[in-house]
Design a protein around this ligand. Structure first.
Ligand code: AMP
Length: 272
């Protein structure tokens, strides 16, 4: 596996049948699944490893975000990655006066709790697409709003990239894998599976027609709060535009909670 730090070098290697997996490192099975899937489909696989300062707000966890490049290097190599593109901050942002803003999809949910977050995401992903010129790029549905924002950017700006979205990889007890799970104390980690369980229960109630969707959603919020989690949002939204919906076609339950000092998100696709 080749480690590339310079944009010029990456641009010279990019293009052709390249599959790109953008990441911020601290790899877990979720990241590795994206890499292995890219490996199955392309002659070249590039993983970018860059903790993107532009997508962190003031007071967020940019400084303490888990970083372990040596371990990431080993795991990417084992997953069959050809290029690990790990540029320095000054290489990616010698300055940044141009940003990408995807309107409509970015105001609510993660966007309202984390203002500017999706501008940072869209801008870095756009740069990575230009730098690597991938045939396809791989993302996880775990970050549902991010997937829809990137999909909209690619459509609106006619970017010649195929997008592949993969299902959320979970721990045995159902907790969505996330680099941020490392922040949880053992007591918080033991409580965390309730996030997924609550979504599954809400989905089952909707399927059975157990009360109105509004009542089911507020019941689910209440269950999480009762267990000491702070619910930023728990909603049923459209897969097209992330607006709240009260029908079960093409809809997804989305949730963001704070468990102690850690913010966790998850979602559950509802199939009517
Ligand atoms: P991150 O390093 O957190 O920016 O994530 C890099 C990519 O991995 C993004 O496309 C995420 O959506 C995806 N990802 C993160 N966690 C998971 C997971 N548990 N299952 C599948 N994909 C994931």
């Amino acid at each position: 596996m080749r480690v590339v730090r310079a944009i010029a070098e990456m641009m010279a290697l990019g293009g052709g049948d390249l599959g790109l997996v953008p990441t911020m490192g601290a790899f877990h099975e979720g990241h590795l699944t994206l890499m292995r899937e890219a490996r199955r489909h392309h002659t070249g696989v590039c993983v970018s490893l860059f903790v993107n300062p532009l997508q962190f707000g003031p007071g967020e966890d940019f400084e303490k975000y888990p970083r372990d490049e040596e371990r990431d290097h080993r795991l990417a190599e084992e997953a069959g990655v050809d290029i690990l593109f790990a540029p320095k901050r000054s290489e990616v942002y010698p300055r940044q006066s141009t940003t990408i803003h995807v309107a409509e999809l970015t105001d609510a949910w993660e966007g309202s709790v984390r203002p500017g977050h999706f501008d940072g995401v869209a801008t870095v992903v756009c740069k990575l697409f230009h730098i690597t010129r991938p045939r396809a790029a791989y993302f996880g549905w775990k970050d549902l709003q991010q997937c829809l924002v990137i999909r909209r950017m690619v459509e609106d700006l006619n970017m010649p990239v195929d997008l592949r979205f993969l299902d959320t990889v979970r721990e045995a007890d159902g907790l969505a894998m996330s680099s941020r799970n490392a922040y949880l104390s053992s007591e918080e980690r033991a409580r965390a599976p309730v996030i997924r369980e609550t979504l599954l229960r809400a989905e089952a109630e909707m399927r059975r027609g157990n009360g109105s969707i509004d009542d089911i959603l507020s019941g689910a919020r209440g269950e999480l709060e009762l267990l000491g989690l702070t619910v930023d949002y728990l909603e049923l939204v459209s897969m097209e535009n992330m607006q709240p919906v009260r029908c079960r076609t093409n809809a997804t339950l989305i949730v963001a909670v704070r468990l102690g000092a850690t913010r966790l998100i998850d979602n559950l696709r509802i199939d009517a």
